[in-house]
Design a protein around this ligand. Structure first.
Ligand code: DLL
Length: 441
């Protein structure tokens, strides 16, 4: 892989971004057939589901035939925990990542060496698309660990030949010191965390506009055009939107080019469809619905028509950059109840699972999400039994600590816990309103 990307120069790996459409569709079909064959041969769930529909890999004659294939959903990954959907033997797996499931167990994803190489290439193309090049100094403030953000961006930046600072998330004062002292030119983090960095830099008397920092690669959570404008106005950098999800690969499924007109999907690697989330019917370009993705070259864990739950539309009009890849419109919401808190996925059902592990709590709770100085904060209000509520302050504090600990061990998130008397939380007549999201974006 070449690493000779220079300012203003086209990176050779980006050639795939500009394939004429007939060639792109041809490449997709070849890859799709091989991928479906692999999934059919090696993953019981995929084979069973295809057999139920009377399908074999030979049933795919054109890319559009993908619509005949069964959907895959998050609970399929949970049910297969930890290794049930692997299409490669464990001996060929070089990396695991994991992300929140709807209950206590995470969902696990795996990569062969070739998968890691492909992912690095997708991330390289992502950086190149927004004008990042070798010679750039990239501060990577996505979390390193089971979350795909840190290592995903790291490998892509190295493949590009840029210099990476693997600082991971948190410790904002140190982030600002390094931004300044290392002459960082590009930062990667969640957009809400960068807003926090802007605020903190202001408090420390650091003017980000005086630094060489030029671009931000922001994603892992929903954000808005007005957040982009605010970031650009207050920090003087260009803010680019990057999209991805663990189940498909991690970051680098789609990335904005310098036109900032919505992330281009790397369609030669990830095949997108938009469906009506109620009926499953495939919708035309431009229509809003749920994004469904099929991996075209994953080996360890191929995904057939994975329902992302992200609501968006596909834009097929030509982008001025010349890329032939379709774009996704900003993801404004999800078709399930998943929240994203400081870049971490959270399902209300996980809080419920955490509470159930603690004696003395009632199944009545409410999650209040707010934003304090740009950072998401979560408060969980929990009703406790009358018996516990009349207990000593010390006993209540111990209960509170047990609940906090349980929530952190199930979700990985620290939440403020407030114990309330029985029958305090409002009962709803229909679906319980578990979440009050006060964040203004
Ligand atoms: O968030 C991967 C990632 C890391 C993407 C770093 C971009 C940058 P998960 O933790 O599995 O993976 O969460 C995936 O996050 O289904 C969306 O709901 C949401 N999401 C990710 N990027 C964006 C974005 C990573 N740019 C879930 N805009 C996805 C809106 C986003 N939502």
């Amino acid at each position: 892989m070449s690493t000779n990307s220079q300012p203003g120069l086209f990176h050779p790996a980006s050639a795939m971004d500009f394939l004429p459409l007939p060639q792109l569709r041809e490449a997709q079909l070849v890859r799709l057939k091989a991928m479906v064959q692999r999934a059919y041969d090696r993953v019981t769930l995929f084979r069973q589901r295809m057999e139920e529909r009377g399908l074999t890999p030979e049933s795919l004659k054109s890319v559009e035939d993908i619509g005949k294939l069964p959907f895959t959903v998050k609970s399929d990954l949970r049910d297969a925990y930890p290794f049930g959907l692997f299409a490669s033997p464990l001996a060929e797996i070089v990396r695991f990542h994991a992300s929140s499931g709807t209950t206590g167990k995470p969902i696990v994803v795996a990569y062969t060496q070739e998968d890691v190489n492909d992912w690095s290439l997708a991330m390289l193309r992502s950086f190149a698309a927004c004008g990042v090049h070798s010679g750039d100094i990239i501060q990577n403030a996505y979390g390193y660990g089971l979350f795909t953000g840190g290592l995903g961006a790291h490998y892509g930046a190295e493949a590009l030949g840029a210099s990476v600072i693997p600082i991971s998330g948190g410790n904002t004062d140190r982030q600002i010191m390094i931004l300044k002292d290392f002459g960082v030119t590009v930062i990667c983090c969640t957009p809400s965390y960068f807003l926090h960095i802007i605020d903190r830099a202001g408090e420390l008397g650091v003017n980000l506009k005086d630094l060489p920092l030029r671009a931000g690669v922001f994603g892992a959570e929903p954000w808005t055009e007005s957040m982009r404008q605010r970031i650009q106005r207050e920090s003087g950098i260009k803010a680019y939107d990057i999209y991805g999800l663990s189940e498909i690969v991690g970051p680098g499924v789609a990335m904005e080019c310098q036109c900032q007109a919505g992330p281009h999907i790397f369609e030669d690697m990830f095949y997108p469809e938009i469906i009506d989330p109620q009926t499953g019917e495939v919708l035309a370009d431009g229509q809003e619905g749920e994004l469904v993705l099929t991996t075209l070259c994953k080996r360890a864990m191929p995904m057939l028509r994975y329902r992302t739950r992200d609501i968006t539309a596909l834009a097929a009009d030509r982008c001025p950059c010349g890329r032939t890849l379709r774009r996704i419109c900003r993801i404004s919401r999800r078709s399930d109840d998943m929240l994203i808190i400081r870049g971490v996925n959270l399902f209300p059902s996980q809080i419920e699972a955490a509470l159930l592990k603690v004696e003395g709590t009632l199944p009545h709770y409410q999650i209040i999400v707010d934003r304090d100085k740009g950072l998401d904060v979560v408060e969980v209000q929990v009703e406790v039994t009358a018996e516990f509520f009349s207990d000593t302050v010390g006993a209540l504090e111990r209960l509170q600590a047990r609940i906090s600990h349980s929530i952190e061990s199930v979700t990985g998130l620290r939440a403020e816990v407030r114990l309330v008397a029985p029958r305090t939380l409002q009962r709803s007549e229909g679906k319980a309103k578990r979440v009050i999201d006060k964040r203004k974006m």
